[in-house]
Write a protein that binds this ligand. Structure first.
Ligand SMILES: Nc1ncnc2c1ncn2[C@@H]1O[C@H](COP(=O)(O)OP(=O)(O)OP(=O)(O)O)[C@@H](O)[C@H]1O
Length: 226
């Protein structure tokens, strides 16, 4: 098996054992192969964010198996989990989540420094990434000085800064207008394809989903045929 993300029988409930228990994930089986880009479509409240957070090692499941790059996350302590997340997973949110007091270049450089990359190499990689999505000319601007589409493109570069194995994205074109969304999604796909990345990308936008390799649907806590 050459799956970069492999999920088997994943379950998660909130308020477990209490009268207000919500069984959000009821046995998720899902895999993303090397270089594959999978669209995750789901009605609101179906558990999409919960699933992405668990796959991105930001939350833990109550049961089931999850492995990234062939390594199971079962039994990892918090420190190991954080280390694995930093090295192997890139995350893109609906809103850019860039650090407001740092420039675009710094936002893409800093995560690399946190992973022990030397400053010159980190900056060179950051510039190359910004260049490849057409925002190199905004490298010294802070997020507030960038357009929404530029902010998202910088956030994509940040997610790829540490050369992750797996990219996870939650509505990566955010609240951009349809035209900008279309354009910016093209930039994301370019980055992903150039890096040969595996990605799971949640979106409500069926036009964007159709541009990915495969679509899966999350409904009532289970993956159903799309
Ligand atoms: N910390 C929490 N405590 C209790 N319930 C929660 C918690 N987080 C999420 N839920 C509930 O779990 C369900 C799934 O939430 P989740 O955020 O994963 O949905 P979603 O599919 O991402 O929704 P949307 O598309 O609207 O963002 C919802 O009914 C939500 O109310």
């Amino acid at each position: 098996m050459n799956n970069v993300l492999q999920i088997n029988g994943l379950v998660k409930a909130y308020n477990a054992g209490k009268p207000n228990e919500i069984a959000v994930l009821r046995g998720i089986d899902l895999s993303v192969a090397k270089g594959e880009v999978v669209a995750l479509v789901a009605p609101s409240g179906a558990g999409k964010t919960t699933l992405l957070q668990i796959a991105g090692l930001l939350d833990v499941a109550d049961g089931g198996d999850l492995s990234i790059g062939g390594d199971s996350v079962q039994g990892l302590n918090d420190a190991k989990r954080t280390q694995m997340r930093r090295r192997e997973v890139g995350f893109i949110y609906q809103f850019h989540h860039l650090l407001p007091e740092f420039t675009a270049l710094e936002n893409v450089t800093l995560p690399q420094l946190a992973n022990g990359i030397a400053t010159a190499a980190a900056e060179a990689r950051a510039r190359a990434l910004l260049d490849s999505v057409g925002v190199a000319h905004r490298a010294s601007h802070r997020p507030a000085e960038l357009s929404g589409g530029e902010q998202q493109r910088v956030a994509y570069c940040r997610a790829l800064a540490n050369d992750p194995k797996l990219l996870l994205a939650d509505e990566p074109t955010g609240n951009l207008d349809p035209e900008t969304s279309d354009l910016v999604f093209g930039a994301l796909m370019k980055l992903v394809r150039e890096a040969g990345l595996s990605a799971l990308i949640a979106t409500h936008n069926l036009d964007l989903a159709a541009r990915m390799d495969r679509m899966v649907r999350l409904e009532a806590g289970r993956i159903v045929p799309a």
